[in-house]
Write a protein that binds this ligand. Structure first.
Ligand code: AMP
Length: 215
């Protein structure tokens, strides 16, 4: 199954992707995670990307498109993949379409998580991620089993540099102006599966996601 997860910052893409990896046994490809790894490793790409990420802006299309093209060519993507955070512009969507057509593949579903902006701000500012296993928590709505300690045992819950209120409001503006046009792009292609996530728990959203995927 070739899947795309679409939605604003904090809409649930990463959380649902982790649940879907276990259900579908296909890799999660998160461009945000790939870019953060490049920043942490101090690569040339990371240095270039960091300024855009810190400002709540998108990293230029050609940079991200190159990363994804390379990743999709790896062996574990042969029987399917789940794109989390890509495409984020219509140009990225068009490029992906060309890459897949050349490979004789097509997207099966685009799952779009729709959540009100004010809820997204609350979700993002309370988000913490385990530095060891990547588990995602929310201080209030989905707290770790013990304060500061992940279920995996690591005492390494981190807040992303761009998960503050000022940057998240910029990321929301970026989402509405540059990414939301992909909703009609994929609706026109008959691929859009919309899920209203406002007020729903991660498990509630997962149930709806399974329904739209028929799994
Ligand atoms: P995310 O983890 O998906 O929220 O992404 C974090 C940041 O990485 C975004 O705010 C962008 O600056 C950058 N980023 C991630 N994916 C993309 C993409 N497909 N195109 C451009 N920038 C991206």
């Amino acid at each position: 199954m070739d899947l795309i997860l679409l939605g604003g910052p904090g809409a649930g893409k990463g959380t649902q992707a982790k649940k879907l990896v276990a259900l579908l046994d296909i890799p999660q490809i998160s461009t945000g995670d790939m870019l953060r790894a490049a920043v942490a490793n101090g690569t040339e790409l990371g240095t270039k990307a960091k300024a855009f990420m810190d400002a709540g802006q998108l990293v230029p299309d050609e940079v991200v498109i190159g990363l994804v093209k390379e990743r999709l060519g790896e062996a574990d993507c042969k029987s399917g993949f789940m794109l989390d955070g890509f495409p984020r512009t219509v140009a990225q969507g068009e490029s992906l379409e060309r890459t897949l057509t050349e490979a004789g593949r097509t997207i099966d579903h685009v799952v779009s998580f729709d959540v009100d902006d004010e809820e997204l701000v609350l979700r993002i500012t309370g988000r913490r991620t385990c530095g060891k296993c990547g588990a995602i928590y929310h201080l209030k709505y989905s707290p770790p089993p013990q304060a500061d300690t992940c279920a995996c045992g690591a005492v390494d819950l981190q807040q992303r540099a761009d998960d503050n209120e000022v940057t998240v409001r910029k990321r929301l503006e970026t989402y509405h102006s540059q990414t939301a046009p992909l909703i009609s792009f994929y609706a026109e292609r008959g691929l859009l599966r919309e899920i209203k996530g406002t007020g729903l728990s991660p498990d509630g959203v997962f149930e709806k996601t399974r329904e739209v995927l028929g799994r």
